[in-house]
Design a protein around this ligand. Structure first.
Ligand code: DHB
Length: 478
């Protein structure tokens, strides 16, 4: 029988073969890296979307030859695990070199830095099986990332690198998954899904998380968005459409004004946010409570303003001039206050209300919470009650498994001890409160969190790779 067929019938082998590689090289940033490429490794025994449930592992050739790069050798090299999920859609593993936007990707930097670089694919929303049923709804994407970690750990003696130093990286939906992966290490909630997929018998806890602009905490994203953007009625975003003739992606600006009904929903959602924030009982570094008053003001807002001022301060030190921004108060070369409402007006609104759980079930997140037979569902009681599409509610367990906030501090998790969270200060895809709550909740558990809102950056990721790898060096050399 043909080899591939035999594999499929028996289930895929999860044993990594160290001899099955090609030596390749790639040039970027004026440097060439030579590496061993182990590609298209299916990481579960029983994949349902084999094209996505696979990963590529790249190892610097120099390490394999017994050399060192920086402080790392073949045994101590950190394992940089980059997921390729965007928009909660399925992602396929990538290669080191150029990112699809033309910039050098993080995998290249990882290899150049002496890390083992792993690019992992995963199932996502919109994926259908041969019978037309949906096979990528939540929690498929996080189950796949966990299975990939298990594969790496199961093969720790056969793959180069230190599997106790796995660092996950992702942006946006991929950033949310990166955080979720790091928080929920070994939690039994995911076990039955991992069993069904045929994941390797090993742990799925990791050492560190890097996440850019995580679109996370979805069930509270709508209220956070309106806490921030309520009162801004005009919205503006870029739509990407595929040209029917050329197949090219075309950017189309969309602008509009919220309807009276959306304005009403916005006011109602905004009102719900303080009690959610207060229920988390968070504190800042000095132990002060982070709370919101009923009107939306309070120490949690100040916490975000302080992060924005840090961001402005850093930008000023880099030579940026803020004299044209009357809503930033600068005294003796230091940012001392920002007007939060004017700062938000400067950023502008991107999404209509509700931002994530759409009353018409039209968002990516509605599709994420579908089932094999239902395309899209609600995941908040608020939007269920306001549904215009006779939408159904997703099961509590499906929603719970997608939100790291539900697991922070849970004694059944082996949570990563180090997090790096970056959320561009100009991001409008989700509220800055979402990443701020994640950072504060992690810090409360004694987890080391490096949190920053880089000035001027929109919804984006991997824009500060030299700093990211300097952070990796710091946390790996303790
Ligand atoms: C992404 C962006 C969004 O605005 C969203 O709602 C979900 C995902 C993304 O870029 O991955």
């Amino acid at each position: 029988m043909e080899k591939g067929r035999e594999d499929k019938k028996m289930g895929y082998s999860l044993l990594f073969n160290p001899e099955n590689y090609r030596v390749e090289s790639v040039e970027a940033e004026g440097h060439t890296v030579v590496y061993r490429a182990y590609e298209d490794l299916v990481y579960v025994e029983r994949p349902v979307a084999e094209e996505y449930q696979r990963m590529n592992i790249y190892v610097p050739e120099l390490l394999m030859e017994g050399g060192t790069i920086g402080r790392y050798d073949r045994h101590t090299a950190p394992v940089f695990l980059a997921n390729t999920v965007g928009g909660y859609m399925p992602g396929k593993p990538e290669k080191p070199g150029n990112h699809f936007m033309g910039k050098t990707n993080a995998l290249f930097f990882a290899l150049q830095h002496g890390c083992v670089a792993v690019s992992v694919g995963a199932r996502g929303r919109g994926l259908t099986g041969a019978d037309g049923s949906n096979i990528g709804c939540a929690p498929a994407c996080i189950v796949d990332l966990k299975a990939a970690v298990r594969y790496l750990k199961y093969n720790r003696e056969r793959i180069c690198g230190n599997m106790s130093r796995i660092i996950s990286n992702g942006t946006s939906a991929g950033g949310a998954l990166s955080a979720l992966l790091g928080v929920t290490g070994n939690h039994p909630d995911y076990e039955s899904y991992l069993d069904a997929a045929g994941a390797a018998e090993a742990g799925d806890d990791i050492y560190a998380v890097s996440c850019y602009c995580p679109i996370t905490n979805l069930e509270h994203g709508d209220m956070a968005y309106e806490w921030e953007f309520n009162g801004l009625h005009d919205y503006r975003y870029m739509r990407f459409d595929k040209d029917a003739e050329t197949g090219e992606m075309k950017r189309q600006p969309v602008t509009g004004t919220q309807t009276e009904e959306q304005k009403k929903l916005s006011a109602e959602l905004k009102k719900l946010f303080p009690s959610y924030v207060n229920s988390l009982h968070l504190t800042d570094e000095r132990g002060n409570d982070l709370i919101l008053e009923e009107d939306g003001n309070g120490s949690f807002q100040q916490y975000i303003k302080d992060r924005i001022m840090e961001s402005i301060q850093k930008a000023m030190e880099g030579g940026m001039d803020f004299t044209g921004c009357p809503w930033i108060q600068i005294r003796d070369g230091k940012a001392v206050d920002v007007d939060f409402a004017q700062f938000t007006a400067f950023r502008t609104r991107m999404k209509t209300t509700p931002a994530f759980d759409d009353v018409w079930l039209q968002t990516p997140e509605n599709e994420l919470f579908g089932t094999d037979g239902i395309a899209s569902r609600h995941f908040t009681r608020f939007s269920l009650e306001h549904t215009k599409a006779e939408g159904e509610m997703a099961e509590e367990g499906q929603i719970r498994r997608m939100n790291p906030m539900n697991y922070i501090g849970d004694s059944h998790c082996d949570t990563a001890p180090c997090f790096r969270i970056r959320h561009g200060a100009s991001d409008r895809d989700t509220s800055l409160a979402v990443s701020a709550l994640l950072a504060a909740a992690l810090k409360k558990q004694g987890i080391q969190v490096d949190y920053h809102l880089p000035w001027g950056l929109p919804h984006a990721g991997d824009y500060d790779l030299p700093e990211l790898f300097a952070w990796i060096d710091r946390i790996c050399n303790v």
